[in-house]
Structure formats: C-alpha cells, structure tokens
Design a protein around this ligand. Structure first.
Ligand code: SAM
Length: 340
C-alpha cells in the first residue's frame, strides 16, 4: 500500500516516519509513503500556493491550480474521468476481457474476496480492487456476509481531503483504507482548500475529530498511522488489530450462547480492557488478583467484563453496534443495575 501526502510543509513528516512500527513497516516495504511539496507545483517565482477568498473574509485559501498539478503528477485524474474508466473496466470484465491496465476485478463472495485481498501481494495498477462488505449477522457480529452473490468493488486509489468539515475518521474507515492500494492525502492550510479541488478530485473529506487544527499534516499522519498498522505483516501478530479497541469480532463471538465470553475472538467493537505490568503493587494500588492467579478462563471473563465496563462508562454509543454474546448482555445488565 502506498500513501501520497500533498502538503506545503513536507519537513513536517521527517520525524513521524522514523519511529516505531511505521519506520519498520517502511523499511520492510510493507507500506510506502510519498511526501509531495505543493510549492513544487506552482508556476510563479514566489511559489504562491494561496490567495484571498472570494467574497471577502479572514485568512487565505489554498489555490486550486498547484493542487491539480500535484495530483496530475501522481496520475490522479478528476473523479468523473476516473469513474468513466472504472465503468469501462467493469464492462470489460463482465465481457470476460482481460483489462488493459492489468487490473483484476475479482469475482466471488465477499468472504472469498476478503481472503483474496489479504493474500494478494501482486501489485495491481488498475482502477478497481475489492473489499468485503462487513455485515452484522443476526447475532450482532460484524463479519463478511458469506453467501452474498453481490460484487463489491472499491477503488484502488482514494483521494482524501483532510478537513474539519469531513466525515469522522474511524477504525472502520481505517480498515476500508487499508484495503486500498493507494491513498492520496491532501493537507489543507489557512482557511482550507479551494472547494473545487474537493468537488473535482476528492473521494472523501475526512476529519480526525471535532476540533480545528492549523493544518492537515497532523491529520494525515493520524490516518497513515492508524491505517498502515492494519496491513498484513505490520503488527507482529496478524490478529492484533482485532483485539484492540474497536476491533472487529469474528463470527464465533456472537455464536457463543453461553460459557466464557470470547474476548480472545476480538474486541467486537468494544473498547479495550485495562492492561497492567510489573510491579504488582504501585502507588498503593494492587493489580487485580484475577490477573495474577493463572486462571485463563477467569482472566478472559475479567477482561471481557472490563471491556464492557469501560465502553459503558466512556463510549456507551459503541454498545449499539458491538458484537455481544448472550453472556455479555447479561453482564451489561448487571453493571447497569449496579450503577443505577
Ligand atoms: N476554515 C476551516 C473550518 O472552519 O473548517 C478550518 C481550516 S484549518 C485552520 C486548516 C486545515 O487544517 C484544513 O484545511 C484541514 O486540512 C486541516 N484540519 C483542521 N482541522 C482538521 C480536522 N479536525 N481533521 C482533519 N483536518 C483538519
């Protein structure tokens, strides 16, 4: 997967990609990041990227021409042209033709498509790839719908405008982007970007939260970090992403009618449980006894309960779409009664 970041402050990213998981993922070629200086795409000797807003008002606006040039240099055409190519690719595929561009439009159930997405190491250059539709089954689990004949397609390149006015960037969105081959991130500055860039080129506007940053660079770094750690091979344990806050549950968690809550089968949309390490006593607080006695079923049960408690306390909105077993629901009821 490759990220392209368009910014007037390329130096901003120097340190960000030199640490931790991201540095390793880059070094191992699991992810690539291109940082593009918007000023390189200006035509005047002052390398002007901004201008005054039509209609008056405070601040400056990033001009459309340098951005369009920067996108063209990355082979990004306006959305309408890309869509026409996608349609052409799709009809060629339906006619059984091999695509000129070398892209592959996969056929199959979403589950098969998900596996193909995961396993495919071959770089595709076309305009279309696929991700599975995550559906909530009758038990509440989020999982690819197994027998749906529906063909699901997802563009291989996503052009994203970072904006306080955008859709909220969530873990679900990170998962979707992680299935994309290339994500182009446009960092705004000043009052923002000329809206015609959004209209003509951007597939989505993303906001990293309900606050206003001074530029899109921090937001772009957040999107890169949260997305790339979901790519196969980036985290040590392939399934780690499922066990964290907002992690997807596999189908088993919802199938568990009774017995020990299956916290080992993913967070299921809940927040993570609290973590402890040595020493067993710190600041007058002792690590919960359950974690010290080696009773694995007890530990799983305790962790699941803590997930439910944390989610109920800090993000009750998440419970609506979480994958909860019968036992989870009973536990929640008890916790709710306790605090009533
Ligand atoms: N006038 C804009 C508004 O009120 O929505 C704010 C512009 S902000 C000062 C400059 C740039 O920072 C934006 O164009 C955007 O790229 C970025 N930005 C600010 N807040 C953001 C957020 N919450 N998420 C993503 N990007 C953000």
């Amino acid at each position: 997967m490759r990220f392209e970041i368009v910014t007037i402050f390329p130096g901003f990213f120097a340190g960000i990609f030199e640490n931790g998981i991201l540095r390793r993922a880059l070094a191992e070629g699991l992810v690539k990041v291109g940082v593009h200086d918007l000023r390189a795409f200006t035509q005047d000797r002052h390398r002007t990227v901004d201008d005054r807003p039509f209609g008056g008002g405070e601040g400056m606006v990033l001009k459309p021409e340098p951005l369009a040039e920067a996108l063209a240099s990355l082979g990004i055409q306006p959305k309408a042209e890309r869509a026409a190519k996608d349609r052409q690719a799709e009809s060629s595929q339906q006619a059984g033709e091999k695509l000129d561009s070398g892209s592959v439009l996969y056929q199959g159930t979403p589950l098969q498509l998900a596996e193909k997405c995961q396993r495919s190491s071959k770089k595709r250059q076309g305009t279309t790839s696929v991700v599975p539709q995550m559906q909530q089954n009758e038990k509440g689990a989020l999982a690819p719908e197994e027998n749906s004949p529906e063909q699901i397609s997802f563009p291989s390149t996503q052009v994203v405008l970072l904006s306080a006015q955008g859709r909220p960037f969530t873990q679900t969105m990170a998962r979707e982007l992680a299935a994309t081959e290339r994500v182009v991130l446009i960092c705004g500055r000043y009052e923002g970007v000329d809206e015609r860039i959004n209209q003509l080129y951007c597939d989505m506007e993303l906001s990293i939260g309900d606050y206003v940053l001074s530029g899109g660079e921090l937001a772009a770094a957040v999107v890169v970090d949260a997305t790339m750690r979901l790519l196969p091979g980036v985290l040590g344990n392939e399934a780690s992403g499922d066990f964290e806050s907002f992690g997807v549950a596999d189908a088993e968690i919802a199938a568990a009618e009774d017995g020990v809550p299956r916290s080992q089968h993913g967070a299921g949309g809940l927040l993570d449980y609290p973590h402890y390490t040595r020493p067993a006593e710190f600041g007058g607080l002792r690590v919960p006894e359950t974690l010290l006695n080696g009773d694995h079923a007890g530990i799983r049960r305790w962790r699941r309960e803590q997930q439910l408690r944390k989610t109920l306390a800090n993000r009750p909105d998440l419970l609506e779409n979480a994958a909860l077993s019968k036992e989870d629901r009973k536990l929640l009821e008890t916790i709710r009664k306790e605090s009533a």
